[in-house]
Design a protein around this ligand. Structure first.
Ligand SMILES: Nc1ncnc2c1ncn2[C@@H]1O[C@H](COP(=O)(O)OP(=O)(O)OP(=O)(O)O)[C@@H](O)[C@H]1O
Ligand SMILES: [Mg+2]
Length: 494
């Protein structure tokens, strides 16, 4: 509430009013003081001349104290604030009528006296006040001369101690009280008007901020943080704008990335599909053109090659579409609880014949009783198929492909290992890349697409689990990953 823009602006304005008020009071007091001093000094300029001209106050260096007292007394009757002094030509005080012990200094500076005598402009002019050790007061002065010889000065302080006493008590009472009241009145008036004006002006800004916050809520799915809402309207707008800018930039990046991936995919697909298609077309055309020239054996061979490439084409299309769907996030894993042991038993059944044909033994080992996991059964089935297929493909006769299920409290660790050809150290980090085939002349065959492990990795990514591979050349390869038993705390994740 106190953080709103109108309150902040009003507070700033009040502080400004206060500062201006204080400066105004000080300025008024200073200028009225100066004005008073100038007028008083001008008005009383003849007083010193009167005292000096009325009677000879110094004769042949002798002070006429009686005459001075009488004249000073007269002057004080007319104006009680004056104090009369008799100075010698060096400024030393020769006599006065203020009684003993009244003075704090015995000398008066001559410079202001000479300036006063030389010109009547530049008033008020301050001279030394003998009743204080460092104070200055307005004064009037007149020379005392015998013929051309300067005998001394009559030096009259115009606002002496009496004036100070009266001025101080008056100040304490009326002037200060009135000025303070005026300043307080101005500040209250300023605050009231400022609140009214700024409140009206910031109403539309409030509405805009509320709309932006509502939009932020809708776009981000959560209201702006509490800290943001405690800021004033402009800061809230700036923060919401920053958040939205970051989100728009993110989305534009995502769109660019998806677009790039789509382009790459289309170019890969068109390239990969073209190769087997052209080969297939080539053999079929040869068959048609040389129908009468070729032997039955050659025809059969050509047809088998065409069929193999047809199968490869079919697999490529299936794999590419699967990968495209996994990449585009169109597939959300349908997580459910199922028995991994049962799934593995079913899958190995499918591969049994192929394994026997190659004289490779396909073994399933289960450690622990419980093989229940929480995952997408169809996607995990695909993972097993790809890994077992690879194992069988790269394991020579009399070798072994083992599927080990190791149950523990939180989940099941799966290891698919073989006693096959192994993968070189250089190739190992790249085997999950699309279209990658490890260099040793692997018995991949034309139906191999190089997409199997990319699909495996993507599926396990979607399950938020990692796949680890280890391999030794001519010894074998093993892939392992873990599946959880229960739904994760943030099960809305996939
Ligand atoms: N068990 C394994 N033993 C030895 N090499 C392997 C093994 N599994 C994968 N590889 C190597 O990794 C490469 C990539 O495997 P991936 O499964 O992605 O493709 P593929 O098996 O060649 O083709 P597809 O799986 O699409 O038929 C393979 O070409 C092979 O060189
Ligand atoms: Mg494969």
């Amino acid at each position: 509430m106190f953080n709103t823009l109108s309150i902040k602006l009003s507070a700033a304005l009040v502080l400004l009013f206060l500062a201006i008020g204080v400066v105004l009071v000080l300025l008024t007091r200073y200028s009225s003081d100066m004005y008073y001093q100038e007028v008083t000094q001008r008005l009383n300029t003849p007083v010193a001349m009167y005292v000096a001209g009325e009677a000879p106050l110094i004769e042949n260096g002798e002070v006429n104290a009686v005459a001075l007292q009488a004249l000073a007394h007269q002057a004080m009757i007319v104006n009680p604030s004056v104090e009369v002094y008799l100075l010698d030509p060096t400024g030393r005080i020769l006599s006065h009528d203020l009684g003993d012990g009244a003075l704090r200094r015995r000398h008066v500076a001559l410079q202001p006296i000479q300036r006063f005598l030389a010109s009547s402009t530049g008033l008020p002019l301050l001279g030394d006040d003998p009743r204080t050790s460092a104070g200055k007061k307005i004064f009037t002065v007149a020379e005392i001369k015998t013929g051309d010889r300067l005998e001394g000065y009559v030096y009259v302080v115009l606002s002496g101690q009496k004036y100070d006493q009266i001025a101080t008590s008056a100040e304490a009472s009326e002037v200060l009280r009135l000025t303070t009241l005026a300043v307080i009145g101005c500040v209250i008036f300023g605050l009231g008007s400022a609140l009214l004006i700024f409140g009206r002006l910031s109403r539309r800004l409030n509405r805009l901020t509320a709309n932006v916050n509502a939009f932020h809520h809708g776009a981000m799915g959560s209201p702006p943080p509490e800290g943001h809402r405690r800021q004033d309207e402009i800061t809230q707008l700036a923060l919401a704008f920053d958040a939205m800018q970051a989100r728009i930039e993110d989305q534009v990046d995502q769109i660019r990335e998806t677009d790039q991936m789509r382009r790459e995919l289309v170019s890969h697909i068109s390239h990969d599909l073209r190769t087997p298609l052209t080969t297939m077309q080539g053999y079929i055309e040869t068959l048609l053109l040389k129908d009468t020239e070729i032997t039955a054996e050659q025809r059969r061979e050509y047809l088998q090659i065409a069929r193999r490439h047809g199968t490869r084409l079919g697999r490529l299309i299936t794999d590419l579409f699967e990968l495209a769907r996994l990449d585009s996030n169109a597939i959300k894993p349908q997580l459910d609880e199922f028995s991994l042991a049962e799934l593995v038993a079913d899958i190995t059944q499918e591969f049994r014949l192929a394994a026997e044909r190659k004289s490779v033994s396909l073994v399933v080992e289960m450690h622990g009783q419980n093989s229940a996991v929480y995952a997408d059964i169809r996607l995990i089935e695909r993972v097993f198929e790809n890994l077992i297929e690879n194992g069988l493909r790269h394991t020579p006769e009399h070798g072994r492909v083992t599927i080990l299920l190791d149950g523990y409290d939180e989940g099941v660790r799966v290891t698919v290992s073989d006693t096959g050809a192994g993968i070189t150290e250089e190739a190992l980090p790249r085997i999950f890349d699309r279209y990658f085939h490890a260099p040793p002349a692997s018995p991949s065959g034309p139906e191999s697409t190089g997409l199997g492990l990319a699909i495996v990795k993507r599926i396990l990514d979607l399950h938020r689990t990692a796949i680890v591979v280890s391999s030794r050349l001519a010894k074998g390869t093993s892939f392992s990953f873990e599946l959880p038993r229960h739904a994760a705390a943030d099960s809305g994740r996939c």
